[in-house]
Design a protein around this ligand. Structure first.
Ligand code: URA
Length: 245
């Protein structure tokens, strides 16, 4: 693949901008600057440096973000900054065109923190968001009032939310402290955790009340700080869905 096409596919701008980056000596491979935009390179596994920043070629993008509080998961947020501002510009622009860049797999509320996946692979996003696939998601909840066994039992046996007569159940629910519990859900209804906790007569704390710690078998890594992101590894993808994306 030509170097200019590699850069274009990875979100570094129009073909013309990408050719310009190369001609102006801003792109290096294996420590050597390449100034011919048409130079043919093997894209798979390619490591390259653009204006001093190291990159790796990814045919499709699969990322995890440690979503901080105070960010909206929308591309066009209404009140708070968008989570997309936490990602480097090329990742936001991959592919070009109207549907450019990566998209979040589902959404977390502005005040919710934790593990969020992003991708530009439409099939992966669809599969992960589809209620049919029942990928378990684990939420750490801090409640306003003490959590009792009755509340835990109700969350496990099913509670009715206002928009649906069919009760929703937690796949697992464990009290982890006086006011805290760990809740596993396999669906993703609007404000589901907050509404389930309200339905059992308690309330999610407004500040640091809700954190998503796991999706499938993929745990949010302890060393990924709020606001930080990283590429998913092949093992991460296996952990999420039990099979390769
Ligand atoms: N449930 C909620 O209520 N909020 C979230 O952000 C995620 C799950």
């Amino acid at each position: 693949m030509q170097l200019q096409d590699i850069l274009f596919s990875q979100g570094f701008g129009t073909r013309r901008v990408c050719a310009g980056l190369v001609q102006q000596g801003h792109v290096a491979v294996d420590g050597k600057t390449i100034d011919d935009p048409t130079e043919e390179l093997e894209a798979t596994g390619l490591q390259f440096v653009v204006q001093g920043t190291p990159w790796e070629y990814h045919e499709k993008a699969y990322l995890m973000l440690h979503k901080p509080a105070g960010y909206e998961c929308s591309q066009k947020p209404s009140t708070y900054p968008s989570i997309y501002t936490l990602l480097p510009a090329p990742i936001r622009q991959r592919g070009g065109g109207a549907a450019a860049g990566v998209q979040a797999v589902g959404r977390l509320d502005q005040d919710t923190t934790g593990l969020l996946l992003l991708s530009d692979d439409g099939k992966f996003i669809h599969r992960m968001s589809s209620p049919k696939h029942h990928v378990p998601k684990v939420y750490e909840v801090r409640a306003k009032h003490p959590v009792d066994d009755k509340q835990v039992q109700k969350l496990l046996s099913g509670v009715v939310l206002d928009d649906d007569p069919k009760p929703v159940k937690a796949a697992a629910c464990e009290k982890t402290g006086d006011n805290t519990l760990s809740l596993t859900l396999t669906e993703g209804k609007y404000h589901q955790v907050k509404r389930m906790i309200a339905a059992v007569g308690n309330r999610v704390e407004e500040v640091a009340g809700l954190h998503r710690s796991r999706i499938g078998d993929l745990q949010l890594p302890g060393d990924l700080k709020p606001g930080g992101w990283r590429w998913l590894t092949a093992q991460d993808l296996l952990d999420i869905a039990g099979k390769k994306a």
